[in-house]
Design a protein around this ligand. Sequence first.
Ligand SMILES: [Zn+2]
Length: 382
Amino acid sequence: MTEKDIPGQSELKNVFRQMVNEQRVPHAMLLHGNEGGSSLALALYLVQCLMCENPQGGDPCEECPECTKTQSFVHPDVHYIFPVNGNKTVKKPEHRHSDSFMTEWRETLSENPYLSLIEWCQAIDIENKQGFIGEAESAALRKKLALRSFEGGYRVFIIWHADKMNDSFANKILKNLEEPTEKTLFVLVSENPSKLLPTIISRVQIFREDHLEEEDLCQFLAQRAEISEAEARNIAFRAEGNIAHAMKELNHADDPWLEEFKSWMRMAYSRDVAGLYRWSEKMARRSRDSQKQFCSSALKVLDRCYRMGWMQISIPMEGEEAKFFKDFSPFINTANIAGFLDLLEETSFHIERNVNEKIVWFDTSISAIRMIHAGKKSVATA
Ligand SMILES: [Zn+2]
């Protein structure tokens, strides 16, 4: 991971290089990232700057043995901790820690360091469960901390989606943040640091990821893939600063939530109550994170429809996606947009709070019928 592998964030990259140069990297850091942003990539960059034997102008050389090891995620002094759960091959609770998933971690990350938590859960086949950092991880960490650094230099623990740690792990890590060991660094990465214990927050130095400019993302995409500048511009525009979305589009992966949203809206439009009931059951079986992801994706679709239809803002799109937005956007207008946004935010709020999800989704679906028809009526009378 070098400077050019991360779009924008020039300030933070400078700060990291300087800290490494002056050998004053804090022993406990929190990288507060944006949703779909580059917080993990930034952590990987910092670590490679720190490990490289032969930095070029502060940037990692990408050639020395340390860089090679860091880049292939096999450096013995760089440890990764991330949310996991049991799957078909990892069954025992005591095996539910990051080391059991290192092969998948290396594979997925080599392909895309901008992956989302949902994509990660899919990669390790725990899609319908929550990923978490728990007891088994505490035990694994304890063992690692008992050892010295393999190569005599720094050892680093990157904790991705640190807010997914449970109390057991939080207490374990807290002890280490309070009583730092020499040359042992903890880099917590989180898009939701408000979910971390205040005692942890008070022990870390916080670095905030900057907003990503569309122009920076556009340049990054154009360099990374063989696409025209116009195409890169369109993808960057649609991604709204979310690199994970842009990367997905670059790989021509359809947004799975868009299909889900379309079929939901089709049923609401045709007042298919039985279909919506089955859909609600299916939705409730997904993990809470997935359900919340659906809400935020649906919010974006609705917002885009409103901007296209009612405010007549042109948004570059192609193929099937363009057709859907063109056909559907007239139904999203002043008669229902505010209601729709409130509804989905409320749904997301209830899911977060462990309310019976099937009931929540069915209620939401019934409200969606009313709203979509209010939008339709407003078109007919306009
Ligand atoms: Zn190097």
